[in-house]
Write a protein that binds this ligand. Structure first.
Ligand SMILES: Cc1cc2nc3c(=O)[nH]c(=O)nc-3n(C[C@H](O)[C@H](O)[C@H](O)COP(=O)(O)OP(=O)(O)OC[C@H]3O[C@@H](n4cnc5c(N)ncnc54)[C@H](O)[C@@H]3O)c2cc1C
Length: 408
């Protein structure tokens, strides 16, 4: 059973409930993690935002209209962190590919080292003897969620106390988080481990954990006292942001729905498509198995998006487990007379990897796949070149102007 309902309506209702708290309440209490059954003041919106059942832009819009940009600035900034990480990875997709390579190497390496392998098993089973860490493993597996501060502490303990490879920790998150996201997850783990900002790592301190868990945990003398930075490496060159593609919707244009963007109607309008097909690519998130919660959330979310975007024919969700599924897809498209498939932009990550395997099969039979970027992405991604501070310096004033009328 999924812990959360994977529909846009459920996301909208959660947003509506949270909105009154998106101002001072969030500003004052967002760093506190009172535990899975505690009175946490964060929104819990990330599974919907991650899959774009809700878009960043509409959540920002809703918060700014209630509190003004100034009143909801902290919350809006956090939503912008998602856009920043997405843009950052889009401009440097090599970080995703490097992560997958590092993960494969780490998994192979650790399997050969009995002692390290046992340490890893203990960590994955929540059996390290570090009370807070073991509780977070349990919470992650049971609920598919961890508070942002717990994610930071968890990743820091994984890397600096347990001395385990960061990429296996990132993969563990990606397999279990309902919001598991190639950009936010990979880049946050890189940031904690010191690969994002030269010379900067994140050290989890017992006093900080005690304070922000409201005394639930106090791991004195259990954690590494230092978090040494790895050697700095060069930033890879920036890739261009996506161009607006040249295409027209016609009678032979089908809609492709992927788990990267489940609100295609805000890209293409409400239409009755000749064909709607949805592909599930959750299995591409990891070489290991993905939790049933995550698989189920995505399947339900794809079904929900198909319900909102009807077609004369509707196919899916098709689980794109391998390219044989791509061959079957081509057959279906040809039978339906589809010449072009359009889809909202698919950013760097597992779905883009899966589509890269399918695209040659489509183009071999003359079917064009057109990925359409959103205005929000092409507006903010150009600023995701360095740190978040520089990003916000460009995006903050733009939002400030847009929501000037809503200031108290
Ligand atoms: C090691 C690590 C791994 C992470 N992995 C993921 C991941 O796989 N997927 C994911 O969505 N987030 C990830 N995050 C970011 C963040 O922890 C979650 O987005 C946030 O905890 C979601 O909870 P919420 O919706 O209650 O957040 P709120 O505090 O209510 O924030 C509102 C929204 O802002 C965005 N947001 C908030 N903080 C961040 C942040 N630091 N980075 C990016 N976006 C943010 C999210 O969309 C969130 O739903 C990770 C952070 C760390 C430190």
């Amino acid at each position: 059973m999924n812990p959360l309902e994977a529909t846009r309506a459920a996301g909208e209702s959660r947003l509506a409930q949270f909105l009154p708290h998106a101002g001072a309440d969030y500003t004052d209490w967002r760093n506190h993690d009172f535990g899975p059954n505690g009175d946490n003041r964060v929104s819990g919106l990330s599974p919907w935002l991650r899959h774009r059942l809700l878009t960043e832009e509409e959540v920002i819009d809703a918060a700014a209209r209630v509190h003004g940009l100034t009143g909801a600035e902290k919350f809006i900034q956090e939503v912008c962190w998602r856009s920043y990480w997405k843009g950052y990875l889009e401009r440097r997709p090599v970080h995703w590919h490097d992560y997958r390579k590092t993960l494969d190497e780490a998994l192979t390496g650790i399997a050969r080292d009995k002692r390290q392998n046992q340490l890893l098993l203990n960590a994955l089973e929540g059996n390290t003897g570090i009370e807070c860490f073991d509780a977070w493993v349990d919470e992650l597996i049971q609920t598919g969620y961890l508070h942002n501060h717990a994610r930071m502490w968890f990743a820091s303990i994984w890397v600096f106390t347990l001395a385990l490879p960061w990429a296996i920790g990132a993969d563990f998150f990606l397999r279990h988080l309902l919001d598991g996201d190639p950009a936010s997850n990979t880049l946050s783990w890189r940031w904690v481990a010191g690969h994002h900002t030269a010379g900067k790592t994140y050290l989890a301190r017992p006093s900080n954990i005690a304070r922000y868990t409201n005394g639930r945990f106090n791991p004195v003398d259990s954690l590494a006292a230092e978090a040494p930075a790895p050697p700095a490496s060069d930033r890879p060159p920036l890739q261009p942001i996506p161009d607006e593609p040249d295409f027209e919707l016609s009678e032979t244009t089908g809609l492709l729905i992927t788990e990267e963007d489940l609100h295609p109607e805000s890209c293409f309008g409400e239409r009755h498509w000749p064909l709607v097909v949805s592909l599930q690519t959750t299995g591409w998130r990891s070489p290991l198995s993905i939790s049933a919660h995550v698989q189920g959330f995505v399947t339900d979310a794809l079904v929900d998006a198909m319900t909102r975007n009807p077609g004369v024919q509707a196919l899916g969700p098709i689980d794109l487990v391998d390219t044989a599924a791509g061959d079957r897809l081509v057959e279906l498209l040809q039978t339906a007379g589809i010449g072009t498939l359009v889809t909202p932009w698919v950013p760097a990550g597992p779905t883009a990897d899966a589509l890269a395997a399918v695209e040659p099969i489509l183009s071999a039979v003359g079917i064009r796949l057109v990925k359409v970027p959103r205005e929000w992405d092409v507006t903010v991604w150009p600023h995701a070149t360095h740190g978040f501070f520089r990003f916000w310096k460009a995006v903050g004033p733009m939002l400030s102007e847009r929501y000037a009328a809503f200031e108290a």
